[in-house]
Design a protein around this ligand. Structure first.
Ligand code: NI
Length: 173
């Protein structure tokens, strides 16, 4: 297992649409292992493969509380098949937009169809943090970021800040 470098805003890879998997071979298992390692190391509660530069429809998540037992979930080809009309607001962050948090409104509950690590089809219904996390991560697979739900003013401000940080980093290198 390897901690892989994270793709950070404004890297344009974050806007790619990721491709579905045809199966879960050894390479996919290695990718999932690396994603868990990278996610726990950060630490974060969710990671999409594109956040380590791999444009495949793979998500890792663990929304267990800090002192509880770990509950790792690997979602291959996840697809939201139902969203509640009822909405909920929650503060979100993203490993690709470090140290930025903002409240986002999303459907309160979702039903998710996905393949597990054995490529077996599964379906779950989620609410609360899990529902928010699922929607945030599935968005990544479609090149969508949580800042896209903010006002243009806020989004422009964030884009500007991270573009500046990236330039400063390039200057240092
Ligand atoms: Ni994210």
């Amino acid at each position: 297992m390897t901690v892989r470098p994270l793709v950070i805003l404004p890297d344009s890879q974050l806007r790619l649409t990721s491709k579905p998997l045809a199966g879960a071979d050894k390479d996919v298992r290695k990718l999932v292992d690396d994603m868990f390692q990278t996610m726990y190391d950060a630490p974060g509660i969710g990671l999409a493969a594109i956040q380590i530069g791999v444009p495949l429809r793979v998500v890792t998540m663990d929304v267990s509380k800090r002192d509880d037992k770990q509950e790792p979930m690997a979602l291959l080809n996840p697809e939201i098949v139902w969203k509640s009309e009822e909405m909920r607001e929650m503060e979100e962050g993203c490993l690709s937009i470090p140290e930025y948090y903002e409240t986002v409104e999303r459907p309160d509950r979702v039903r998710l169809r996905y393949r597990d690590i054995d490529f077996k089809e599964r379906e779950i219904e989620a609410d609360g943090v899990l529902a928010t996390c699922i929607q945030h991560e599935v968005d990544h697979l479609n090149g969508v970021l949580f800042i896209d739900y903010l006002s243009k003013l806020k989004r422009d401000r964030v884009m500007k800040r991270y573009a500046k940080l990236a330039r400063m980093k390039d200057d240092e290198a």
